[in-house]
Design a protein around this ligand. Structure first.
Ligand code: GRF
Length: 222
C-alpha cells in the first residue's frame, strides 16, 4: 500500500514533528512526511526539518491580520500543492476555523499534553500539579471544531511524583508524547483508527493505543 503523505503544522520547537520524522524514516512505516508548515518564521523545528531534507513552508499568520480563514487558505494551498493526505498538528499554536477543520475531517490529528478530557487548553502541567492528580499524560485525538476535543486515538500516562515541578513533569510527558504520536499516526495511516461516535475503534486491536507507562507498585512490598 502506498505510504500516506503527511503534512505537519508547527509553531515552535517541533520535537513531536521530529518524532514523526524519525518514525517515518523506517520504510515500513505507513506514512511519509511530505511537508512541514510553520506559522512562525523563527520556529526552531524548521531547521531540524531542513537538516533532514524535508520540504518546509512558512505561512506567517501576522501577514493576514485578523483574517484567520485567509491565513488558513494559504496553508491549505501549500498542503494541496504537496498532495498531503493526512495532517498532524504538532505544537501548532493557532486556533482553527470550522472551515479548515471541515477540509480535514477525519484526516487531521493533534497531540495534547494531558489526559483528555482533563486539562484542555494551555499550561496543562502546572494545572495538573495544582489539581494534585497522581496520573498525568498525553493524548492524540482527531481534530474537531471544538479545541482539544474529538475522538481519542491513543493516550500515554506517567505517575506524578511528589517532588515534580512543571519542568520535570513536562519532560516526562514529552517523552510519552514522542511515543504515542508516531503510534497514533501509524494507526490512522493504516486506516485502522475508525471513528465511531466520539470513540475510536482500532481495527485489529492495538494494546499500545492506551499505553500505561505508570510504574506499577512493587507487589512484594504490599
Ligand atoms: C507539546 O507538548 C504538544 O503536546 C503541545 O505543544 C507542545 C509542542 O512541543 N501541543 P513540540 O513543538 O512538539 O516540541
Amino acid at each position: 500500500m502506498a505510504r500516506k503523505r503527511v503534512g505537519v503544522l508547527i509553531s515552535g520547537r517541533g520535537s513531536n514533528m521530529a518524532a514523526l520524522v524519525a518514525a517515518a524514516a523506517d520504510p515500513a512505516y505507513p506514512a511519509e512526511i511530505a511537508l512541514i508548515v510553520s506559522n512562525r518564521p523563527d520556529a526552531a523545528g524548521l531547521s531540524f526539518a531542513e537538516r533532514h531534507r524535508i520540504a518546509t513552508k512558512i505561512v506567517d499568520h501576522t501577514g493576514f491580520g485578523k483574517d484567520r480563514e485567509a491565513f488558513e487558505r494559504a496553508v491549505q494551498a501549500e498542503l494541496e500543492a504537496a498532495r498531503v493526505d493526512l495532517l498532524c498538528l504538532a505544537g501548532f499554536m493557532r486556533l482553527l476555523t470550522p472551515w479548515f477543520v471541515r477540509q480535514w475531517e477525519g484526516r487531521m490529528i493533534n497531540i495534547h499534553p494531558a489526559l483528555l478530557p482533563a486539562f484542555k487548553g494551555l499550561d496543562t502541567h502546572a494545572r495538573a500539579l495544582e489539581a494534585g492528580v497522581k496520573i498525568h499524560g498525553a493524548s492524540v485525538h482527531f481534530v474537531v471544531a471544538e479545541m482539544d476535543s474529538g475522538p481519542i486515538i491513543a493516550q500515554g500516562a506517567v505517575a506524578v511524583a511528589d517532588d515534580d515541578t512543571e519542568a520535570t513533569l513536562a519532560a516526562r510527558v514529552l517523552a510519552v508524547e514522542h511515543k504515542i504520536y508516531p503510534l497514533a499516526l501509524k494507526l490512522v495511516a493504516e486506516g485502522r483508527a475508525r471513528i465511531v461516535g466520539n470513540r475510536v475503534a482500532i481495527a485489529g486491536g492495538d494494546a499500545d493505543a492506551g499505553e500505561l507507562l505508570v510504574p506499577q507498585p512493587d507487589a512484594r512490598r504490599d
